[in-house]
Design a protein around this ligand. Structure first.
Ligand code: SAH
Length: 367
């Protein structure tokens, strides 16, 4: 425990008085606590921060997603206005790159777009405002704490590395059923413990996980499922498309995927609440299933490498290289490998698209 984590003391008090808390509660506090939460305190992104994301690796990522948004907009008949929503926009880099590419390709799309950013961090909201202020679009941005305050209408929604930050519940299979994994206290330290009795909440585990033998671990993300249902309901009622990019398996898989990262290294999940980023694998099969149950159509998931390839990543890189110095050209090559390489982000990261029920597959998801 290198540095004092102010949240550890308040979580310890909470557990001392009320008993062990769920992993979901732990994640929600560690990431979202109003004063000590990880995303409330500082900007964690970039080489000098704790982790780096695809839009921070290369402008090509946001540009391709901007062109994807334009293509979706045309598919639904180019409505004006159209809501352009991003969940967890980080530093605003993805949106800035997307708008620049979209404006060059289809100025009418940018004129029609009302931008809504769903972001809880005041620090990152300020960075987003700064980053997007130079864009013509700057004046038409509205911030929200949650998707439910975004107005109704045809919508294009982007979410990169957002769902992996939503709180998960974990269950461990015992001889008598699934017990919930909780956070308890041992000699002043936060430690994982198991609920005394099997948990009725384990019925939420995916069917393919449910019959696993003792020792197996299963995860559920109710916040992610609820959010996808809300997105699906909006797409079903008003049309549009959502693109969810994150890391995780295409099919629901057992195992403990909760991880903590600080300064680009893995750290103990329970050691430094509020100081380390906490994420878990996104269960794409579960999200797609929830969206379809709510009336929308799910497309994919496809590996990020294939998706970006289908959108023209190689061509975009070639064009950028044409005007680049040799050093810049090497950076562009390296960025392309990082985003799309099988052993880098290309295979572990997946892209899942959701659309209204009667819409064709969006760009990059054609069979
Ligand atoms: N999409 C960006 C940032 C990813 S980090 C990128 O790819 O670079 C996760 C982002 O989601 C941050 O902006 C964080 O502040 C935001 N966030 C995390 N949990 C959230 C929540 N529950 N509600 C709203 N925003 C949240």
């Amino acid at each position: 425990m290198s540095e004092d984590a102010p949240l550890r003391a308040s979580l310890a008090r909470l557990i001392r008085t009320g008993g062990p808390i769920t992993i979901a509660r732990y994640m929600a506090e560690a990431l979202g606590h109003p004063t000590h939460g990880y995303y409330r305190r500082a900007d964690p992104l970039g080489a000098a921060g704790d982790f780096i994301t695809a839009p921070e690796i290369s402008q090509m990522f946001g540009e391709l997603l901007g062109l994807w948004a334009v293509a979706c907009w045309h598919q639904i008949g180019a409505p004006a206005p159209v809501l352009l929503v991003e969940l967890g926009p980080g530093r605003g880099t993805l949106m800035a790159d997307a708008l620049r590419a979209a404006r060059a390709a289809a100025p009418a799309f940018c004129d029609a777009a009302a931008i809504h950013l769903v972001e809880t961090s005041p620090v990152l909201r300020a960075r987003q405002a700064e980053r997007l202020a130079t864009d013509k679009q700057g004046a038409r941005i509205t911030w929200h704490d949650r998707l439910d305050s975004v107005p109704d209408g045809p919508m294009i929604l982007l979410a990169n590395e957002f769902f992996d930050a939503l709180p998960i519940h974990q269950f461990v299979r015992q001889a008598d059923g699934w017990h919930e994994r909780l956070v308890g206290l041992q000699a002043g330290a936060l430690v994982p413990v198991l609920s005394a009795a099997p948990s009725p909440a384990a019925t939420a585990l995916p069917d393919t996980i449910h019959d696993r033998p003792p020792g197996a671990i299963g995860e559920v993300c109710p916040a992610g499922l609820a959010l996808v249902r809300e997105i699906a309901a909006r797409l079903t009622a008003h049309g549009g498309a959502a693109l969810i990019i994150d890391y995780g398996p295409a099919a629901s898989a057992p195992g403990d995927s909760l991880q903590a990262v600080r300064r680009h290294r893995y750290v103990d999940v329970f050691a430094e609440p509020g100081l380390a980023d906490l994420t878990a694998h996104v269960d794409f099969a579960a999200l797609a299933g929830a969206a379809e149950k709510a009336g929308a159509r799910a497309h994919g998931p496809r590996p990020q490498g294939h998706f970006l390839g289908a959108l023209g990543l190689a061509e975009r890189a070639r064009r950028l290289r044409a005007n680049a110095t040799p050093a810049q050209a090497r950076d562009i090559e390296a960025a392309m490998r990082r985003l799309a390489g099988e052993r880098e982000m290309g295979a572990l990261f997946k892209a899942l698209a959701l659309t209204g029920p009667s819409q064709p597959p969006p760009a990059g998801f054609e069979p």
